[in-house]
Ligand binder design. Structure first.
Ligand code: L34
Length: 296
């Protein structure tokens, strides 16, 4: 079997097109321009790429955006002051503080400080709690992107054996919660594997849908999956530089070339989950603007 390649780039473009129309309508009918503030502390090169993408995409869609790039030495106190300001700013509907933050800043404390109504990442405990009880305001961007990729690629989630590798607060735990909900695009049976799982392959081989956010390059090999599996690869690793172009060579958490020979469908890296994460942030920002205006 050679797998269907699930293009995050294409699905993201489709969703962005839908959003663009919604944004035009918000402007024409209600004179509302959704506003996003990104906050980046320090110079992590991957974070700079991701925040750059988020800025570029918001501009392209007609979302007002503010970029706050702060030096790595910024104190927790100063960051909290900025968040307070953004919490109060009427033009800003969504606040994104790019993770990871430098070690001297308490991430949890920062995420708590963001007004849950402006928490377009969906990382605030209020939003994660709402997600868990099936009353979400904002779904976290990467998990939401994964779910939309599956739905829009025609993959049956209901009743599927979903195995997730990785238990982070930003991917593993929320996607597990989303896929067990009693709603459309969910109703799956979910297993979560992590670093203390005794025999990961025992679980991954049972998966109809395998979602990998392990943070380890090519951790999932062909012997760990069953024939006909659907694979969603969340990892992004820079494993070298192309001599000709000077561009990075990327890979995911899955040994793509080998696993695609057994899979029914698989996401590539790049061009899989990454572009969906960016696009779902735009969707949440539009939603934030609508919620603020009492339109959603
Ligand atoms: N607050 N921090 C907050 N929110 C998030 O949603 C994120 N994340 C993760 C890291 N920290 C965060 C992102 O934005 C990961 N992430 C992210 C976003 C975009 C891409 C990858 C991860 C992406 O666009 N990846 C491209 C390759 C781009 C490149 O590295 O050259 C892809 O095609 O996979």
């Amino acid at each position: 079997m050679t797998a269907q390649i699930i293009s995050g780039t294409e699905v993201a473009a489709q969703i962005r097109q839908e959003l663009e129309q919604e944004i035009v309508e918000l402007k024409d009918k209600y004179n509302i321009t959704p506003g996003l503030a990104t906050v980046l502390v320090g110079e992590d090169p991957a974070s700079q790429v991701y925040v750059g993408q988020k800025q570029k995409t918001s501009l392209a869609l007609g979302i007002y955006s503010e970029r706050h790039d702060l030096p790595a030495e910024t104190s927790e106190e100063d960051l909290l002051i900025l968040i307070d300001k953004l919490n109060e700013a009427p033009r800003i509907h969504g606040i994104l503080v790019q993770l990871p933050l430098p070690k001297h800043i308490n991430e949890t404390k920062i995420l708590y400080a963001i007004n849950p109504k402006k928490d377009v990442d969906g990382f605030h405990p209020v939003n994660l709690g709402r997600l868990m009880i099936g009353e979400p305001d904002y779904l976290p961007c990467t998990p939401h992107g994964i779910q939309q990729l599956l739905i829009r690629s025609g993959i049956e989630i209901e009743g599927a054996e979903v195995v997730i590798v990785g238990r982070s607060n930003i991917v593993g735990k929320p996607i597990a919660n989303m896929l067990i909900q009693k709603t459309e695009g969910a109703n799956a049976t979910v297993t979560i594997c992590h670093t203390r799982t005794i025999d990961i392959a025992l679980h991954t081989r049972r998966a109809d849908i395998l979602i990998v956010a392990a943070g380890k390059p090519k951790a999932i090999t062909a012997d760990m999956v069953k024939e006909g599996v659907v694979v969603i690869d969340v990892g992004v690793h820079r494993i070298g530089i192309r001599k000709e172009s000077g561009k990075s060579i990327l890979c995911g958490d899955v040994d793509f070339d080998a696993v695609k020979e057994k899979a029914k469908a698989i996401t590539p890296v790049p061009g899989g989950v990454g572009p969906m994460t960016i696009t779902m942030l735009m969707l949440n920002t539009v939603r934030a603007a609508k919620l603020a205006a009492g339109l959603a």
